[in-house]
Design a protein around this ligand. Structure first.
Ligand SMILES: Nc1ncnc2c1ncn2[C@@H]1O[C@H](COP(=O)(O)OP(=O)(O)OP(=O)(O)O)[C@@H](O)[C@H]1O
Ligand SMILES: [Mg+2]
Length: 263
């Protein structure tokens, strides 16, 4: 092999490496390595999450399930870049968010993430439609009002557009929060018990809406839920027990075993 051939081979190898790196970046939406969270309490240190490893692909729908207090909301907040871990690394939509400061994490969240909180977190001084408009307005998108009204209609709240959160029931506030998460045209939507405050029928409508979003726009869904209907609709479930991922059996309800990576 002459030196020209060697150079060609080297170039081909480099291109192949770049190709695989890009493939990886496109395919993986969330990756967590050895994630841990310990907090100080009056009773001493409390370890909430212990050595979590997981990977969520683009356009995947994943349910995070487990008992109350097992660490689901804490994990979701970390993966979404709302909170910082005590140890470990998180990649979110191609960004190593654990290497970023709060301002840079806020930028990544604004660009990529929608979040439905367990406690709604609507702004009390804004009406339903203004709450829904907020993410698009912050991005400077035009037509935020029209889009917000359309989204409120999809969650069955067109007659509540000008109500303030205090004038809405818990389930209605939940639906406004979901409409708002949709308005951010997020690439990944994190939702903490999105059907937790809803009756079966309204919950069903919301589940349909979540999966329409997943299908139409390829939005990655990461949902904390106690609702087996919702968990079985997801591609897979991640089980968490006392802050650790546990391998799941395939269940009759249909969801497949979670991806549990050992160290
Ligand atoms: N900032 C904090 N300080 C002290 N303890 C905390 C803190 N945040 C969470 N915890 C504790 O960590 C544990 C996990 O909390 P987390 O909210 O993640 O649970 P969860 O699985 O979402 O539960 P649920 O299903 O009830 O919402 C709980 O025992 C909680 O009391
Ligand atoms: Mg929770």
């Amino acid at each position: 092999m002459d030196s020209a051939d060697t150079a060609k081979l080297k170039k081909r190898k480099i291109n192949a490496a770049i190709y695989f790196m890009n493939m990886h970046a496109v395919e993986t939406m969330v990756k967590a390595e050895d994630l841990g969270k310990t907090v100080e309490t009056s009773a001493g240190q409390l370890t909430i999450l212990k050595g979590i490893n997981l990977e969520i692909k683009k356009s995947e729908s994943v349910a995070i399930v487990g008992e109350s207090g097992s660490g689901k909301s804490t994990l979701l907040g970390l993966l979404a870049g709302l909170d910082t871990p005590s140890r470990g690394v998180i990649f979110l939509d191609g960004n190593e968010i654990t290497a970023l400061d709060e301002e840079e994490r806020a930028r990544v969240r604004g660009e990529s993430v929608g979040f439905v909180f367990q406690s709604f977190q609507l702004l009390a001084s804004l009406t339903a439609v203004e709450n829904v408009m907020l993410p698009a307005e912050l991005k400077g998108e035009t037509g935020a009002g029209k889009q917000a009204h359309a989204l409120l209609k999809r969650v069955g709240l067109e007659n509540r557009a000008h109500h303030y959160p205090r004038q809405l029931s818990g389930g209605e506030q939940q639906r406004v929060a979901i409409a708002r998460a949709f308005a951010s045209s997020a690439r990944i939507l994190f939702a903490d018990e999105p059907t937790g405050n809803l009756d079966t029928k309204t919950g069903g409508v919301i589940i349909e809406l979540l999966f329409e979003l997943n299908k139409e726009f390829g939005t990655t869904l990461v949902l904390v839920t106690h609702d087996t209907n919702l968990a079985t609709r997801c591609d897979r479930a991640i089980h968490i027990d006392s802050g650790m991922l546990i391998a799941a059996e395939n269940t009759d309800s249909g969801y497949s075993a979670p991806a549990v990576e050992g160290n």
